[in-house]
Design a protein around this ligand. Structure first.
Ligand SMILES: [Ca+2]
Ligand SMILES: [Ca+2]
Ligand SMILES: [Ca+2]
Ligand SMILES: [Ca+2]
Length: 318
């Protein structure tokens, strides 16, 4: 997601809220809570994904879970609770047969040539979240994550440029300095399962502790790749904003440099009225806004929960 879209989707109140909450991506303080065996630069991959804001089953909302279940059942034409290759790959309509075969194989965790409902759900939640996180880095919106795009965003999330570079190399299987969706999903999917419990255990834990929808996650009918949004999205840092938009590199953002849709978040920071916003002005502006916000208060309360869609049952007994 580009910064423009990120700003726009966050909305101003949420920007302020996010400023008052501690960043969960601060990996320095994170406890490693898995038996992840794969390491990148000495960091367990479960920790890498967590720092990239992956919530996996911990972020699964009731409505998203129901959506996945519904979609599973539509494809499970003989209703035996499993997708056969015939049902998913041959009869399926999503993407190409080749892509479906790849997804089927990735989802089949226990390698029994069938994809159970839990295997399907786990694979969907892992891949949809991965796509959402990576798409947010696609600043030029060309559908690929170039190395510069990845390093800009991931260095900040991981708080470590060297680690970000190493992660990029792992994702970039064909070494063309850009990440295509199937390419990074192959690695991400492996990392997301490394040292973790079985799909049925993980889906069970998600069902037992369903996550409330984040404010702004208003549309539960979610498209692949857009369905998952980490609940703690912070606005881009002031440094990132400057780096991204200060095209003439004079240390100020002139109105012409700022995309129309996010001017409202930046231009009010121009305190000396010179029609340009310096890094310091923007920092002070954000601090001021944050201090005016009571800690712990939640904007848009009650407007965006997904509970309204829970009437849809359609979940056959196993
Ligand atoms: Ca079936
Ligand atoms: Ca299986
Ligand atoms: Ca791109
Ligand atoms: Ca590549």
């Amino acid at each position: 997601m580009s910064l423009t879209i990120l700003f726009a989707r966050l909305g101003f109140p949420l920007v302020l809220l996010a400023l008052t909450v501690p960043r969960t991506s601060d990996g320095q303080s994170d406890q490693i809570d898995s038996d992840s065996k794969i390491l990148v630069e000495g960091v367990p991959v479960s920790d890498v994904l967590k720092r990239l804001n992956a919530k996996m089953e911990k972020g699964l909302t009731q409505s998203v879970l129901q959506g996945y279940t519904r979609q599973f059942d539509q494809t499970d034409t003989n209703q035996d609770g499993k997708h056969s290759r015939q049902e998913y790959v041959v009869n399926g309509r999503y993407l190409s047969p080749q892509a479906r075969a790849g997804i089927f194989a990735a989802a089949d965790d226990d390698n029994d040539k069938m994809v159970s409902r839990d295997e399907y759900i786990l694979n969907r939640l892992i891949t949809d979240e991965a796509k959402a996180i990576l798409q947010r880095m696609d600043d030029n919106r060309n559908g690929r994550i170039e190395q510069a795009e990845f390093l800009l965003h991931a260095s900040e999330l991981l708080k470590d440029k060297q680690l970000a570079t190493a992660v990029f190399r792992k994702f970039d299987g064909n070494r063309d300095q850009a990440l295509a969706v199937p390419e990074y999903l192959r690695v991400w999917g492996q990392w997301a399962r490394d040292g973790q419990p079985s799909p049925s255990k993980r889906v069970l834990s998600a069902k037992a502790n369903p996550k409330q929808s984040a404010p702004g996650q208003s549309n539960p009918r979610l498209l692949p790749g857009r369905s998952f949004r980490p609940s703690t999205v912070s606005p881009p840092s002031v440094a990132t904003v400057m780096k991204r938009f200060d095209n003439n590199q004079d240390g100020k953002l002139q109105q012409a440099e700022i995309p129309q849709r996010i001017r409202q978040f930046i231009l009010p920071a121009d305190t000396n009225g010179d029609k340009a916003v310096t890094e310091m002005e923007l920092k002070l502006f954000r601090q001021k806004q944050a201090s005016q916000k009571r800690p712990g208060s939640r904007p848009n309360k009650g407007s965006e929960t997904d509970q309204g869609s829970s009437t849809d049952n359609g979940r056959p007994k196993r």
